[in-house]
Ligand binder design. Structure first.
Ligand code: PRP
Length: 179
């Protein structure tokens, strides 16, 4: 385990199981369609890649980079679109893939943007849900794992852009982000 972590939340095997279940849920919901799956970068990158490859439904993919935390552990409340989508979402069944729903600001921003651009449907899948941190009332349609208010990193999740490439998800020691 990485020395900056105090514990593991999900091992690689457990992540794999959660991904398979989420893919099955999506396959059932989107049978007979070709949804547009959107990865909210950077945090969802690994979850997204594993999830769409686990799906049997034919999908198209696109990416959007959204940032609201920077080096802070508190949301700015105004997620910034750093890179927009390449594809049009008009008339499309959109599946938005997030690593975590925390304050909810990012999800609300994405929902308003994508439905405002004329998507036919909007479905959200998140690896983690941290309901105790919610500031705006919103919920992903499917969450793989509900977690207490711990600072988690790995498998795409970062602290100050670090730890993203850990293949598992762990709890960051408080002394790392409070120093
Ligand atoms: C993180 C995470 C989500 C968002 C969730 O992204 O990846 O997109 O915050 O938080 P919220 O519910 O409080 O909005 P961040 O802005 O840190 O960028 P990153 O994905 O590049 O890490």
């Amino acid at each position: 385990m990485n020395k900056d972590l105090s514990g593991i939340v999900l091992t690689e095997e457990q992540i794999c199981e959660k991904v398979a279940k989420a893919a099955k849920w999506l396959d059932e919901k989107f049978a007979g369609t070709t949804p547009l799956c959107i990865s909210v970068l950077k945090g969802s990158v690994f979850f997204f890649c594993d999830l769409v490859r686990a799906m049997k439904t034919p999908v198209q993919i696109d990416f959007m980079t959204v940032s609201s935390y920077g080096r802070s552990s508190v949301s700015s409340g105004m997620p910034k679109i750093v890179m927009d989508l390449a594809a049009s979402v008009e008339g499309r069944d959109v599946i938005l893939v997030e690593d975590i729903v925390d304050s909810g600001h990012t999800l609300v921003r994405m929902r308003d943007l994508i439905t405002g651009r004329g998507a036919k449907s909007f479905t959200t899948v998140a690896l983690f849900d941290k309901p105790s941190r919610r500031v705006v009332p919103v919920k992903a349609d499917y969450s793989c794992f509900e977690i207490e208010d711990e600072f988690i990193v790995g498998y795409g999740l970062d602290y100050a852009q670090q730890y993203r490439n850990l293949p598992y998800i762990g709890i960051l020691k408080r002394e790392i982000y409070e120093k």
